[in-house]
Design a binder for this molecule. Structure first.
Ligand SMILES: [Zn+2]
Length: 197
């Protein structure tokens, strides 16, 4: 189905209870008590909740390409974790290849919905080829590779991503932005996944 026809042919309804109007309704969205705050090194992170149950199903649907969830998640993020007045939001973008498959970049979509003009596209994932000729240890140490782009020096930045698992992606992104002179104040994610025992 052509993208712009989709919402018209298939009106948005709550994934869980089928309530019309929003991708997940107030009853089915993760409550304020589900909010998780943790630290990755010196990086404070806030997640809407644990990556399980309803939240997990919604995130998976969003990642599969259900753009309707972007608005619902952005609204929820604004409610649970309002952006401080002097901060800028930088989405942790995916690779160009993945974006081509999905047709959109979910972190960028979220950042626009959450922060509007205060979202800046300031990260680029380094191409895999750049890793050639480096030792395995170097590659592991550098992965995942991000580089900052545009003028971020002196800006106070909040990173935005969908799911935080090991935190290596967020830490890599923070490192790149800090190296470019930005102040990375923290990160905001939809869900926190914990690795199995
Ligand atoms: Zn519902």
């Amino acid at each position: 189905v052509i993208g712009w026809l989709r919402p018209w042919l298939f009106p948005v309804a709550c994934l869980e209870c089928d309530a019309p109007g929003v991708a997940f309704c107030a009853q089915c969205a993760p409550p304020a008590e589900a909010l998780e705050r943790f630290e990755l090194g010196a990086l404070p992170v806030v997640a809407l909740g644990a990556y399980e149950g309803r939240l997990r199903r919604a995130v998976v649907a969003f990642k599969r390409g259900e753009r309707a969830y972007a608005d619902a998640f952005a609204a929820l993020l604004r409610l649970r974790a309002p952006l401080s007045p002097h901060a800028w939001v930088v989405p942790v973008t995916t690779s160009a290849a993945r974006r081509a498959v999905r047709g959109f970049d979910q972190a960028t979509l979220l950042a626009h919905g959450y922060a509007g003009p205060r979202s800046i596209d300031a990260l680029r994932k380094r191409a895999g080829r750049a890793q050639h000729g480096r030792s395995r240890r170097d590659r592991l140490g550098a992965a995942p590779g991000y580089e900052a782009r545009g003028d971020v020096a002196g800006r106070r930045i909040l990173l935005l991503d969908d799911v935080c698992t090991t935190g290596a992606t967020l830490e890599g992104a923070a490192r790149a932005l800090r190296a470019a002179g930005a102040e990375v104040a923290g990160a905001l994610v939809l869900a926190r996944a914990t690795l199995g025992p």
